[in-house]
Design a protein around this ligand. Structure first.
Ligand code: PLP
Length: 408
């Protein structure tokens, strides 16, 4: 039967290969899971207790679209501590995770047909957001031989009169790159020169193993003497506090943007549930020692993964942040640079033959089409067994590893 047309930018959207991998392993306890960035720690008890107390003692009614004032004040203090700039609570809008913060921002910054500069490789989640906003993705390269730092010369050639937003993600998913002060200054100058918004996804800002976290908004504030300007900063409780399923994050923006951001949140969810906001407040204002302990554990796993890959002569870089490692599996399987390689078929066959799940590099952009991403958020035993199995599969079973058709 004929149907009325759908929104073409959504209807034409290809499903990300991650969804296919997720469908293959859904509910399977016999698979070593290295595919998702899902912390394996429980949410700290004092955060859960704050949510329980709210559910017990407070009416769970409608609330302000930009979030309750006490949570916005707690976020402002946290941003001053971690991101090194000091927004007023009025510059902060509470959202459904970093995802909600990014979606809300893109809805405010882009008209349909506008272009957004997105890193290649980038987190796969941006694609659907750009489709919903009707915006076009234009990749700018990150360079594998320079620890996945941006290629500024290439970026200059990508800007057109329709380019509105430069999206930056440090510490980055999937590369684990951390952009230092000089690189961030360069990105900010680039955004200024081309009159772009700078949307800074800092969801991993407390997952740092080396160097310092530099927020573009902090540099902007140093230069301008306030936190206004062109930078929007995205934060979340998901990774730092092992709260992925709670769905609470925020965007910090120049004051003039707060009404439009609040409108976009209100249109989607009206407001976040009160008990979730109380939990986020407890996370941000309560004891922080759990954060350091989780970070130390991720760092130990990063070291373990680096050691396993280095022992095979395949280490290209050491991730400085987030909790991922990119492994060049085409090289591990001895595939010549000019020969085709399918990271999705590789990841499917790895599940079928070895029961190991990783994220295919094609999910993140053309630059990582010959890689897979290994998540360091899995426990050390799973990580060692999975990574060793992955490298064995590539090295000892290359005809199976490099077959290009999809697994049954
Ligand atoms: N940004 C990046 C780079 C991510 O990797 C993720 C999640 O994996 C998010 C944002 C979204 O995080 P959340 O919506 O759980 O806060």
């Amino acid at each position: 039967m004929a149907m009325p047309p759908l929104n073409p930018s959504l209807a034409s959207q290809q499903a990300n290969p991650m969804f296919r991998i997720a469908a293959l392993i859904h509910g399977r306890g016999d698979v070593l899971h290295l595919e998702f960035g899902e912390p394996d720690f429980p949410t700290p008890a004092h955060i859960v207790a704050a949510a329980e107390a709210s559910l017990r003692d407070e009416r769970q009614g409608y609330g302000p679209g930009n979030g309750i004032p006490s949570l916005r004040a707690a976020i402002a203090a946290r941003v001053a501590r971690v991101n090194q700039f000091t927004p007023t609570p009025e510059q902060i809008v509470v959202t459904a995770g970093g995802t909600g913060a990014l979606m809300t921002s893109l809805l405010c910054l882009c008209a349909p047909g506008d272009a957004v500069l997105v890193p290649d490789p980038a987190w796969a989640g941006y694609d659907a957001m750009l489709a919903v906003a009707g915006a076009r993705k234009v990749y700018y390269p990150l360079l594998p031989d320079q620890d996945w730092q941006p290629d500024f010369a290439a970026m200059e050639r990508l800007v057109t009169p329709r380019t509105r937003v430069l999206l930056v993600n440090s510490p980055s998913n999937p590369g684990g790159a951390v952009f230092g002060r000089a690189v961030v200054a360069h990105l900010l100058a680039f955004a200024r020169r081309h009159d772009l918004w700078l949307l800074s996804d800092e969801c991993y800002d407390e997952m740092l193993f080396a160097g310092e976290h530099v927020s573009p908004a902090a540099l902007e504030a140093e230069e301008r003497g306030d936190a206004g300007g062109r930078v929007l900063t995205i934060g979340t409780c998901s990774k730092t506090y092992a709260m992925t399923g709670w769905r609470v994050g925020w965007v910090t923006a120049p004051p003039a943007l707060a009404p439009a951001l609040t409108l976009a949140v209100s249109a989607q969810v009206n407001n976040l549930p009160l008990f979730i906001q109380r939990a986020a407040e407890a996370a941000l204002t309560g004891p922080q020692d759990g954060v350091g302990a989780m970070r130390a554990s991720y760092q130990a796993r990063r070291d373990l993964a680096v050691e396993v890959v280095r022992a095979r002569g395949l280490l290209e870089y050491v991730p400085a942040g987030a909790f991922y490692l990119l492994v060049h599996v085409a090289r591990a399987a001895g595939v010549p640079a000019e020969a085709p390689f399918e990271s999705v078929a590789f990841a499917e066959r790895l599940i079928a033959t070895r029961r190991i799940a990783v994220a295919p590099g094609a999910a993140f952009g053309p630059r990582t089409a010959r890689y897979v991403r290994v998540s360091l958020a899995s426990d050390a035993v799973t990580l060692r067994a999975g990574l060793t199995g992955l490298l064995d599969f590539a090295a000892h079973d290359p005809s199976e590893a490099t077959r290009t058709e999809q697994a049954p």
